[in-house]
Design a protein around this ligand. Sequence first.
Ligand SMILES: NC(=O)c1ccc[n+]([C@@H]2O[C@H](COP(=O)([O-])OP(=O)(O)OC[C@H]3O[C@@H](n4cnc5c(N)ncnc54)[C@H](OP(=O)(O)O)[C@@H]3O)[C@@H](O)[C@H]2O)c1
Length: 374
Amino acid sequence: MLAAPLRLGSRSAVKTPVASAKRNVHDIMISRTGKPIIRQGGGGRSSLSGHTATVFGATGFLGRYIVSKLAKQGTTVVIPWRDEDAKRHLKVSGDLGQVVMHEFDLRNTESIESAVRHSDIVYNLIGRDWETKNFKFHDVHIDGAARIAESCAKYDVDRLVHVSALNADEHSPSEFYRTKAQAENIVRGVFPEATIVRPSTMYGAEDRFLNVLASKTTHFSSNSQKAIVRPTHVADVAEALEYMMHNDWTAAQTFELYGKEELSVAEVAEMVRRVTLKKHRNYNIPSPIMKQICKVLELAWWPIYSPDQVAREFINDTPTQGAKTFADLGITPAEFEHTSLTYLRSYRSNLYFDQPMDASELGKFRKGEVHVVD
Ligand SMILES: NC(=O)c1ccc[n+]([C@@H]2O[C@H](COP(=O)([O-])OP(=O)(O)OC[C@H]3O[C@@H](n4cnc5c(N)ncnc54)[C@H](OP(=O)(O)O)[C@@H]3O)[C@@H](O)[C@H]2O)c1
């Protein structure tokens, strides 16, 4: 049987230009340790950035934002996971095959090594706000971070970005901040070119800051919500982390990433009250009593509030003088008051959901025009 002649204009007859086939010299980059990074395509979906990134802690709050940013630009992202269900939403962040899942255990060095050995950048976002029966702060922040840094050094990974926290201090009254500071020193000792990132309190759709303030109308604190915070938008931090992958000058640097506004938690709670149109009450409980209550609450198998969180209520977000910030990365942090409206509005009752919000009104509490009640 004769093959049907090709019709002019049919799909097979028309030669479609293949953009990805064309390469320029700037598509090839030599990494810090001399490995070639070869880009393909015009950027975005269906192209390749040439990078392979491992993101420890990808299943957390910040994790989903950085994975989304990397994978949709064509970076192959390796996701070490420990809970089957916690990672599912990340699979669609990139093209088929772009997001690679890898089961691991923070105490199993082999599983960490196999997660980093093919990558040219490793992000360590692993951290925990509270201790559990299986993992103390020391296990997660220090031992885990050390194992990851050692694995990166062993396999000569180009870049390691270690996420710590603003206020990390070896002499802090909070064990969380002490272990974060100790981890920074250990990571730098093992991998001197590591980039250390210290975000302040992050907010966004899945945060543990605005969501906690907005979801309850009765709060308990030990410091009358007087702690000063400098909230930073999670997407800005993710943008900074992505920038670090493309810019090797950020190696061996420390960045403190915090927002422009400096507010007490009581002021933020007042803003939440104004947006959600719900009454909020805060009861002050002296910290020694609160810590004892929290010790009992820790017996529950879900996190409620820990004694260390009580200690952190007395620590203000304090940037280090001269530290590099968003400005050094060319990023303008989002305005807290306006950006946070997006997340808070959903907490309104359906009775007032459509009521307009005068954004300019929101700024008043900060200028001292609105009395903030304890
Ligand atoms: N959120 C903030 O406001 C804030 C402020 C300053 C600094 N930071 C730091 O920034 C980083 C990211 O914050 P985040 O809010 O995205 O944290 P998160 O939502 O609590 O996520 C923490 C991540 O660490 C993983 N992880 C915790 N313990 C682990 C363990 N024992 N073994 C293996 N994995 C473990 C979690 O995995 P699972 O999903 O399996 O539990 C999760 O992927 C953390 O280091 C945090 O300390 C956060």
